[in-house]
Design a protein around this ligand. Sequence first.
Ligand SMILES: Nc1nc2c(ncn2[C@@H]2O[C@H](COP(=O)(O)OP(=O)(O)OP(=O)(O)O)[C@@H](O)[C@H]2O)c(=O)[nH]1
Ligand SMILES: [Mg+2]
Length: 679
Amino acid sequence: MVAKAAEAPRCAALVGPYLSGKTTLLESLLFATGATNRKGTAKEGNMVGDSSAEARARQMGVELNCASSEYLGERWTFLDCPGSVELAQEAQNALVAADVAVVVCEPEISRALTLAPLLKFLDDRKIPHMLFVNKMDNSSYRVREVLEALQAVSSRPLVLRQVPIREGDAVSGYVDLVSERAYRYKPGQPSDLIKMPDDAAEREKEARTGMLEALADFDDTLLEQLLEDTIPTPQEVYAQLTKDLAGDLIVPVFLGAAERDHGVRRLLKALRHEVPGPAATAKRLGIAPAAGDTVATIIKTYHQPHTGKLSLARVWAGTLQDGMSLGGHRVGSVNRMTGHELAKLGSAGLGDVVALGRMEQTATGQLLTASGKPAGTVDMPEKLPAVFSLAITAINRSDEVKLSAALTKLVEEDPSLSIEHNQETHELVLWGQGEIHLQITIDRLRLKYSLPVKSHRPTVGYKETIRHGVRQHARHKRQSGGHGQFGDVHVDIKPQPRGLGFEFQNEVVGGSIPRNFIPSVEEGVREYLVRGPLGFPVVDVAVALFDGQYHAVDSSDMAFKTAGRMAMSEGMPKCGPVLLEPIFHVQISIPNEFTARAHGLISGRRGQILGFDAKAGWPGWDEVSAHIPQSELHDLIIELRSLTLGVGTFAWRFDHLQELIGRLADKVVEQRQAALAAG
Ligand SMILES: Nc1nc2c(ncn2[C@@H]2O[C@H](COP(=O)(O)OP(=O)(O)OP(=O)(O)O)[C@@H](O)[C@H]2O)c(=O)[nH]1
Ligand SMILES: [Mg+2]
């Protein structure tokens, strides 16, 4: 074979479902390429990835781990992404900058569906990707069955590249379907070439034919060769595989066990020979650098206690250097990142993934150039809509200002997190992708920023209104020393149709109250409405001021405001106050095998199903729309995920307020009264 010219540094994102073995695979890749000389394990908590306290405590990936290594003279950056559905934004952002995605999954038929959203994301964006079926050391299924289950969730043909060699129950090696060579795994070392075992030969032939037929669908020459029974050369097959991967026409499938280093060197070889380089990726993304310009995208922002802000960037053109200006801001430093460790590089070029120090003004998703001229736009994944929330309060009151600053940093690191200062409930609410997502955030506040917080379920936005009206008279009169206070009002309080809000009308005739005092009456009325007889903000009420009296000396704005408020607090309890609960429009999205369960979930939460339909662009998925009370939404995502292998999700918006009566309403009012009494 002709020696191949070294490629520019390439980047592979390791993605896939929760706990499929991505971080273990990274550990094995770093070991196999000589970047480390000792392998850590998930159990011991000493892998290069997952080094933060939050990750160790949970034995799961909580953020993007970046590490780089050299394999046969070529530089690779691996972006090990967390697999939890609650941290999907992290993986999506990383995938945009990668030349290839290695989708790590388990040989477990019942969980194949968990790959569906990820594979769809990759295919929608035509990101070249391969599957690495991990944990083959511990599988009770045949590869063919696993492949069938996986094919059901992939819109692109899966092309098996290896068949396993089994000795007893254990997988001891593999046959490569292009070279038709058999290998026996050797822990920590390259596999041994062995003679093709007899019992593998037949499976090999059949699988190889399947592979060639899949490729022939995209190449007429290969199709002719197959029809004429001509055997294509390995070079021809590799060339076709490379072309089809780059175009996201096929998904090659490799087998292995990262924990035992099985299949990891084979995977590395495929990466080396078949993955497109950064120039091709830039072109796919629509990045068009001006001649001589330096162009980079920010794929992740970190705030580290010792190093400050770090912007992880992929270079698409030119050279990045310490101290230069990028996007109008000074690059503090150019570093290589390995887990949480940084090494000063000074400069980086096409394809490199580097951590840029102290670029305070830059944000994840930005495409920056040295010249400041645009180089196209990178279509970053949309911010994932929030589906879970918690209200938080600093345990130490004096921490409140610091808390705001820390949360700003956490949101910069994690775009799927957001903060709301709720004006009505006066709560500070964290919004995110699930309970684990927010607990990780709360851990970070405590561990990274020394800010312990308490969290609780956010208050539901109950309101109240009235059923019927009343005419109410109120007089505020006080005689104390010099100036007295005098205000006298007659108001007509009436319910309004739902959604019309509050209305104030001045119907005073003949000057029984001078004009200039009228706004004060309205002010007093509005002040009252913040908390009605049941304890909640009052809506959909009309108040008409139709009569009153005043005193030439003692009347004042203050006195009329007080009279207005008094009229309301005396009148409103007589108007049949009733609780209103917020009802949300919710659109649940699930694979259609779970549609019946979604219906059950909705009725179990006092919801009303409005209809369901096939989800546009998602073959095999449904969308169920419903009205569900806000008080039932808090943990909806938790139950929905547990019913749907984690893939179900929903979108929501406020729809309307609806009367709530009976035991549920009594309980809500009781709790509110108790909370108000407790201050
Ligand atoms: N039997 C077996 N177990 C493995 C293998 N690779 C990983 N594991 C185990 O799978 C578990 C998860 O491994 P990780 O590497 O942390 O998985 P991950 O995909 O990075 O997890 P997240 O980042 O949290 O999604 C650990 O208990 C590993 O020991 C393998 O090849 N065989
Ligand atoms: Mg991981």
